[in-house]
Design a protein around this ligand. Structure first.
Ligand code: AMP
Ligand code: ZN
Length: 462
C-alpha cells in the first residue's frame, strides 16, 4: 500500500510521492533556544521522529534538517536580562535540548543549522536582496526590510485565508505604521539599542534577520530549492510557514514544499502547553516524578499526531502500564522462543502507519497481538517457532517505536537507594537492607535478590 499523509496545504489525505526515487528531504522547525523546551515542543519532535523512522522502515533514505533559532526577540531579551552574550545565553538551552532529545530517544537530525552562523546569515541576506530586486521586499522608514505580501498571489494558501483578515502577529517588533500592509512581515530587522551587541552588517544597515527568513535560508541552503516534507506544530502554519513559502518561492519561482505535515498541540487542562501560559513541564520535571525517558516517549507518541493530546499524570501511569505489558510479553516470548527467525511480511502495524501515521491503530494491533499470544502462552499453545517469529516482528517494529526497556533506566533517587542497599548487603547489614527495600517500594520499585546480585524492577501497579 502506498503511503498517505494529510497535507495541510491541500487539507487532503494525499498519496506520498517522493521527488527522487528512494530519497526524502525533510525539514523540521526546531527549538527557539531562549529557555528549556517543554514536553509540548517534544510532542512535535517525537511525531517527526515517528515519521522519519516509518519512512526509513519503508526503505526511504531520509535527509533531515532541524534548525536552531538562536537569534530572535526572545533570545535577545533573555541574554540582555541575564547580562551575558547571546551565544552564551543560548548555548545552555541548546545543550539541554540535545540532552532531552536523547532521553526521549529521538534520532538526531543530519544537520542542525544555527541561524547565527555567518554562512546562513549570508544566505538570508542574499535571499532578501533577491526578493527586493523582484519587488517583493521594501525597506521602510524604520530601516527594517519587509515582505510585500500583496505581490505574492499565493499568500494565505497554506493557512487558507485571505489577506483582508490579517492581523498583527506577536513576532513583529517594529511599529506597524512603517509598513505598507499590516500583514507585511519583517525580513530584516534594523538594529536598535535594545539589541545591544547583536547585529550583522547588511546592504540595509546593521540589524538581524527575521525568524521566517532564517528557516527559508537554512532549508534551501541544505536541502535545495525544493523539499519533500516540511513539518512543525500547527501554530507554525501561520505566519511562519506561510512566510517561508512566500520567501522561498518568491526567490526561486519553484514550488518549495511538496507536503506540509503539522502536529496538533499537547494540552494541559484543555489549554495549549506553552511557555507564555506557564502551564508547562520540561523533560526533567517529568523525570523528577520518577518517570523514565521511554515512558514520556510513549505518552507523547501514543495518540495520532493530528489529534490534540491532553497531558495528565494518569496518562503517564498508563504509559508505564502499557510498556510494562510489552516488557512482560517479551520476557515470556523469550522464555520459550527457539532460534531467531526473520519475519518480513507486512503486518497491520506497518499498514496503519502508512495511513497518515495512524499510531493508535498500530498500537491497537500490537496490544491485540500481545493479548492473543499471552492467551496462547497461558494455555501452553504457543510453540517455540511462533514465539521466535513474534520476537523478530517486535525487533522490526521496535526500530520505529524504540520502546524497549534495554537496561532499566532508574531514576536518580532510586539508583541512589539501590546502590546503598547493595552496599548494605555486602556489609551484611540486613536491617538496613530491609529498610532500603521498603524505601524502594515506597518509590514504586522492587528489589529482588538473585545469584547475580540485586535486580531492581518496577513494582506491579506502581
Ligand atoms: P518554538 O520553540 O516555540 O519555536 O516551538 C518549537 C516547536 O514546538 C514548533 O514546531 C511548535 O509548533 C511546537 N510546539 C509548541 N508548543 C507545542 C504544544 N503545546 N504541543 C505541540 N507542539 C508544540
Ligand atoms: Zn521554521
Amino acid at each position: 500500500m502506498p503511503l498517505h499523509f494529510f497535507n495541510t496545504y491541500s487539507r487532503e489525505l494525499e498519496e506520498f510521492k517522493p521527488r527522487a526515487d528512494r530519497k526524502i528531504d525533510l525539514y523540521t522547525c526546531g527549538p527557539t533556544v531562549y529557555s528549556r523546551a517543554h514536553i509540548g515542543n517534544f510532542r512535535a519532535y517525537i511525531f517527526e521522529d515517528l515519521l522519519q523512522r516509518h519512512l526509513e522502515a519503508r526503505g526511504f533514505k531520509v535527509h533531515r534538517v532541524m534548525n536552531i533559532t538562536d537569534v530572535d526577540d526572545k533570545t535577545i531579551r533573555g541574554a540582555r536580562e541575564a547580562k551575558v552574550a547571546l551565544s552564551k545565553f543560548t548555548q545552555q538551552f541548546k545543550d539541554a535540548f540535545f540532552k532531552d532529545a536523547e532521553t526521549l530517544r529521538i534520532r538526531p537530525a543530519d544537520d542542525y543549522p544555527a541561524a547565527t552562523d555567518q554562512k546562513y546569515i549570508d544566505k538570508m541576506i542574499a535571499m532578501i536582496s533577491a526578493l527586493g530586486s523582484k519587488g517583493l521586499a521594501y525597506q521602510a522608514d524604520d530601516k527594517s526590510v519587509y515582505y510585500r505580501i500583496n505581490k505574492f498571489p499565493n499568500y494565505g494558501k497554506l493557512a487558507h485565508f485571505n489577506l483582508d483578515e490579517l492581523k498583527t502577529t506577536g513576532r513583529v517588533k517594529h511599529d506597524e505604521y512603517d509598513k505598507e500592509h499590516i500583514g507585511d512581515f519583517a525580513l530584516w530587522k534594523a538594529w536598535d539599542e535594545d539589541d545591544g551587541g547583536v547585529k550583522w552588517d547588511s546592504p540595509w544597515g546593521p540589524g538581524r534577520p527575521g525568524w521566517h527568513i532564517e528557516c527559508s535560508a537554512m532549508a534551501t541552503a541544505l536541502l535545495g530549492d525544493q523539499i519533500d516534507i516540511h513539518c512543525g506544530g500547527v501554530d507554525n502554519i501561520f505566519p511562519h510557514h506561510e512566510a517561508e513559502i512566500a520567501q522561498s518561492e518568491g526567490v526561486t519561482g519553484k514550488k518549495f514544499v511538496n507536503m506540509w505535515l503539522h502536529c496538533a498541540h499537547l494540552l494541559v487542562d484543555g489549554q495549549k502547553m506553552a511557555k507564555s501560559l506557564g502551564n508547562f513541564y520540561t523533560v526533567p520535571d517529568v523525570l523528577a516524578k520518577g518517570y523514565t525517558g521511554r515512558e514520556i516517549r510513549y505518552a507523547l507518541m501514543r495518540v495520532h499526531y493530528r489529534t490534540q493530546l491532553n497531558f495528565t499524570w494518569d496518562g503517564m501511569k498508563e504509559a508505564r502500564e502499557s510498556l510494562g505489558r510489552i516488557d512482560d510479553w517479551l520476557e515470556r516470548l523469550r522464555g520459550i522462543a527457539e532460534n531467531a527467525q526473520r519475519r518480513t511480511e507486512d503486518s497491520e502495524f506497518e499498514k496503519a502507519l502508512d495511513d497518515d501515521l495512524n499510531i493508535s491503530a498500530a498500537l491497537g494491533f500490537l496490544f491485540e497481538t500481545i493479548r492473543e499470544t499471552n492467551r496462547a502462552m497461558d494455555e501452553n499453545k504457543l510453540d517455540a517457532k511462533t514465539a521466535a517469529l513474534w520476537l523478530a516482528w517486535w525487533d522490526r517494529i521496535n526500530q520505529t517505536l524504540d520502546f524497549e526497556s534495554g537496561d532499566v533506566e532508574l531514576p536518580a533517587e532510586v539508583k541512589k537507594v539501590a546502590e546503598a542497599r547493595a552496599q548494605a548487603r555486602l556489609a551484611k547489614d540486613f536491617r538496613k537492607s530491609d529498610e532500603l527495600r521498603d524505601k524502594l517500594n515506597a518509590l514504586g520499585w522492587e528489589a529482588r535478590d538473585t545469584k547475580d546480585g540485586q535486580k531492581i524492577t518496577r513494582r506491579a501497579g506502581a
